[in-house]
Design a protein around this ligand. Structure first.
Ligand code: AVJ
Length: 318
């Protein structure tokens, strides 16, 4: 992280959230340079099926998505990552259109750069990157769009799962409020499945997810002057069926006191105390449709991967 503002925000968030009960850390802090690399490795694990299932659905159904959408069209993605998914769709969309405007929204400059390079290879596709939060970026895209065309928003990778239920509804409503009737949302979301499959996906036998999770402690040590002993915490994935969510936790293996210089604070752990670092909510396909429809959308098409239990759903702003 660069700049003193970012560091003091990080420090304030950490101090506040480690004082909660249970102790928490925001999942966005998992994604520094190393964390993003570890997440990319997770996406290649045999037990983590989200990324492969979604790419397969996009590959098989991109032409059907393209056929549902108006011309001219603006395509925008919230969090494009390496740009593989938007490139796949852009190729299908530009096939029977003379031109396609794309807008990328991400807080990570390297994600924007990588995706811009990838999309730059497609004839007829223009690219603009917005280094901004999803809401702010979407406002900019909606304001700058040309007169009569349509807008397709991509929100993929099951990123919706990180929001708790009410925040998910509010976020979808915020997206809806920047759209006009006839604009579209393509949502990729992981579905609820048997608990053993979920635990394997979030506590893999290679220990990559454990490294991804513990990296947030390493980051606090480095950026905030913390003295977390990484070997004194264990990664755990727990499924809460009542909430239908997987929780990632870091469990203290002994009684210990941790100091964090930039927070001017110490945190005491008993053996078994844990830090809750992420939630991944899992929906049933109908519940997912209802959640999005409750935010002012109508479901047009839903494609499922029955093996992975993953849904790609196309909505239109009602
Ligand atoms: C990127 C938020 C969709 O919740 O599945 C993967 C992050 N965490 N393994 C998810 C994650 C642990 C991932 N999302």
């Amino acid at each position: 992280m660069s700049g003193t503002t970012a560091v003091s925000t990080f420090a304030a968030d950490v101090a506040r959230d480690l004082a909660l009960s249970p102790r928490q850390l925001q999942s966005k802090y998992l994604y520094d340079r190393l964390g993003s690399r570890l997440f990319e490795a997770i996406c290649r694990l045999p037990w983590y099926t989200i990324t492969r299932a979604e790419l397969g659905l996009l590959f098989r159904h991109a032409a059907e998505v393209a056929a549902e959408l108006p011309d001219p069209l603006t395509l925008t993605e919230l969090g494009p990552g390496d740009g593989e998914k938007i490139a796949l769709l852009a190729a299908a969309l530009v096939r029977d259109r003379s031109a396609l405007a794309t807008h990328l929204i991400d807080i990570s400059q390297s994600a924007l750069d990588q995706t811009e390079r990838r999309l730059g290879r497609y004839e007829g596709v223009s690219v603009v990157g917005h280094r901004a939060s999803y809401e702010e970026g979407l406002r900019r895209v909606a304001k700058g769009r040309n007169g009569d065309g349509g807008l397709l928003v991509l929100f993929l990778g099951s990123n919706l799962g990180n929001f708790d239920r009410s925040a998910a509804g509010e976020f979808l409503r915020a997206i809806r409020d920047t759209l006009r009737p006839g604009d579209a949302l393509l949502l990729g979301a992981d579905l609820v499945k048997p608990e053993p499959d979920l635990i394997l996906a979030y506590d893999d036998p290679l220990g990559v997810t454990a490294a991804f999770n513990k990296n947030v402690l390493l980051r606090i040590n480095r950026e905030l002057g913390g003295d977390f002993d990484l070997s004194a915490f264990a990664h755990r994935a727990v499924f809460d069926p009542a909430e239908s969510r997987v929780e990632m936790r870091l469990v203290s293996l002994r009684r210990q006191r941790v100091r964090i210089g930039a927070c001017a604070t110490t945190v005491d752990f008993e053996e078994g105390d844990f830090i809750w670092t992420e939630s991944s909510y899992k929906y049933g396909a109908p519940a997912l449709r209802r959640l999005v429809e409750g935010a002012g959308f109508a479901c047009r098409r839903q494609w499922l991967d029955p093996e992975a239990q993953f849904a790609l759903t196309l909505f239109f702003a009602a």
